[in-house]
Structures are given as C-alpha cells and as structure tokens.
Design a protein around this ligand. Structure first.
Ligand SMILES: [Zn+2]
Ligand SMILES: [Zn+2]
Length: 110
C-alpha cells in the first residue's frame, strides 16, 4: 500500500501482511467406479486444490434375476443389478441338459 503524507508529499510503501488462505472443503462422495475427494477452495483468493481421496466403493451386486429362462435349445440369461448405480452385469445360463441316453437305454432294455 502506498502511503503519502498530506503535508509534505513524502511517501513510503507499507507491505500488507499476506493473509493465510481460508479454505472450505466440498466433499465429493466416492461412487462404484470413481474415487471420492474433497475440493478445497480459498474464500479469499479463489485458489483451489483437491485432496482427501477416498477409494471407490466397487459395485454392490444384488440378487440376480433370470431374464431369459434357458431351454433345451437355447441358453438363458441371468442379470445382476448394482444397488448404487445403473450398471448391470449379465451371465449366460447354459442350455438345459436333457439325458437322452437314459431313455434310449430303457427302450433297448425292453
Ligand atoms: Zn487464498
Ligand atoms: Zn455400481
């Protein structure tokens, strides 16, 4: 700050003590696939940085639902839903196994 004497116009500079940053943190919660973090922003100068990382939580799969019933001719499909996000996971259910051999043997035996 420049200070000027009103009588003699002598002047000097006065250094203003640098204020410490005054940060406020905003927490971003972790999701299934992305880690959480806190964004700190200085109320005085607007400087911001990110810290306090929290590791991602991972998907939380629910009980599976059979979306396509398997048959003797085609495979079925089982679907899992994540309880926290919209991600779904599917698993193929193998075709139904029909034991033809046993029937054949019975016929032969008769
Ligand atoms: Zn600051
Ligand atoms: Zn998820």
């Amino acid at each position: 700050m420049l200070c000027i004497c009103l009588r003699c116009t002598n002047y000097y500079f006065e250094t203003i003590a640098k204020l410490d940053h005054n940060y406020v943190g905003v927490v971003s919660e972790p999701t299934c696939t992305e880690q959480g973090y806190t964004t700190f922003t200085c109320l005085l100068c607007g400087h911001s940085y990110v810290d306090d990382y929290v590791s991602e939580e991972g998907h939380d799969w629910n009980e599976s639902v059979i979306t396509i019933e398997p048959s003797e001719d085609s495979e079925g499909l089982r679907t899992f839903f994540c309880l926290h996000c919209d991600i779904i996971r599917t698993e193929v259910i193998p075709k139904l196994f029909v034991d033809n051999k046993l029937t054949v043997e019975l016929i032969v035996a008769v």
